[in-house]
Unconditional design. Sequence first.
Length: 127
Amino acid sequence: MTPAEKRKFIRLDALHLLEYHVIDEKGDECEYAMARTLDVSINGIKMETLQEIPLNATLIITLGIEDNLIDISGTPVHSELVDNRYLSGIEFDKVEAQDREILRRYVDEFQARKATLLSKDDFPADS
C-alpha cells in the first residue's frame, strides 16, 4: 500500500463490471452472472459475457458508482460471439426518475475513463 493509498485493499475498476439477471419470456429468473461494460449511454449498454444473452429475454442489470447501486431493466437488441465471448447490446427500458442521476454519473464516469485510456494509447511511452 502506497502512502497515498488509505484503503486496506486495492480498489479494482468496478465501473467496468456489472451483474445481471436474465428473466425469460414467462417471467422466470434463469441466470445470474457477471459481465464487463464495453460501452454505455443513457439509453443502453454494450457488455461482454461468457454466456449468450437470449434476445427474447429481459435483463435486470445492476450498475454501481461509489456507494450507489441501481437496477435497470433492459432488452437485448443484438448478441454476437467474438473470440469465445458474447458481445451484447442492451437497450434500457424506462429508467426510474430517482435512478436517472446515478445512471448519468455512471455514464459520465465511464466515458471519462474510456477517453483517458484512449488518449494514453494514442501516445505510447518511448522505448
